[in-house]
Design a protein around this ligand. Structure first.
Ligand code: PEP
Length: 253
């Protein structure tokens, strides 16, 4: 059975003290997770160690980096490597968030290199894909996201791709308060799974968690997560509030 995941993306928000308070508040109030559920906190790099200490031995809660670089080490000022994450016992990294693609020019092929170095070093990529508004309005979303998967993930073996978590995040729904309807989200998640199934077979496709991101909140999480091909959410704004994120965790199947 594939994992059901609530992932928080703090982006470039919060001081360390605010972050620690938020994390402690969520862990103190959230339900106990079962074997099939995970909660992942993608925190700013300077807070990775402190966050991991707080998450500590709690069951099925993890900390993620919001980004990694595609090289193991070297003269890449300001970047964060997978070796650094390993030395902190961090097991997850968000790769290809639309804000990285848009503001830092990250291409599908560059992201393929990041996926490779993550997997080679036992870091689970949370790989983001999703279309901008103009593509959705022209009904080109399926081809757009399929290309993102093909160019960044489809060089992987089936054993490798099974280790990737995919987050479908329509750019027009991120931070805008506009959520894809549960039908729209289910439709494209089902499509993404079918694209993976065509390449790797249905058994492999069935094992991959595909999260929805884009204005997920306490009020819509249950309905979104109850769709058959939606395996949880990647959450920005609502992950910065204890009550909201606790309710989102509660909505996991
Ligand atoms: C995100 O940061 O990936 C995101 C989906 O943000 P929000 O939930 O605020 O739309």
């Amino acid at each position: 059975m594939r994992k059901q995941i609530a992932a928080a993306n703090w982006k470039m928000n919060l001081t360390l003290q605010q972050g620690e308070e938020l994390l402690k508040g969520i862990l103190a109030n959230a339900k106990t997770l079962n074997e099939n559920q995970q909660v992942i906190f993608a925190v700013p790099s300077p807070y990775l160690q402190a966050a991991n200490t707080i998450v500590g031995e709690t069951k099925n809660n993890f900390v993620a980096a919001q980004n990694i670089y595609s090289k193991k080490s070297g003269a890449y000022t300001g970047e964060v490597s997978v070796e650094m994450l390993q030395s902190l016992n961090i097991q997850f990294a968000v790769i290809g968030h639309s804000e990285r693609r848009e503001y830092f020019g990250e291409s599908n092929t560059f992201l393929a290199d990041k996926v490779n170095i993550a997997l080679e070093n036992n870091i689970t990529p949370i790989f983001c894909c999703g279309e901008p508004l103009e593509v959705r309005e022209a009904e080109g979303q399926n081809a757009f996201v399929a290309k993102q998967l093909e160019e960044s993930l489809f060089h992987l073996s089936s054993e490798e791709i099974k280790k990737v978590v995919i987050a479908y995040e329509p750019i027009w729904a991120i931070g805008t308060g506009k959520t894809a309807t549960s039908e729209q989200a289910q439709e494209i998640h089902q499509y993404l799974r079918s694209v993976i199934a065509n390449k790797y077979g249905a058994t492999t496709a069935d094992e991959i968690s595909i999260l929805y991101g884009g204005s997920v909140k306490a009020a819509n999480a249950k309905e979104l997560f109850s769709q058959p091909d939606i395996d949880g959410g990647l959450v920005g704004g609502a992950a910065l509030k204890v009550d909201e994120f606790v309710s989102i965790i509660d909505a996991l199947n």
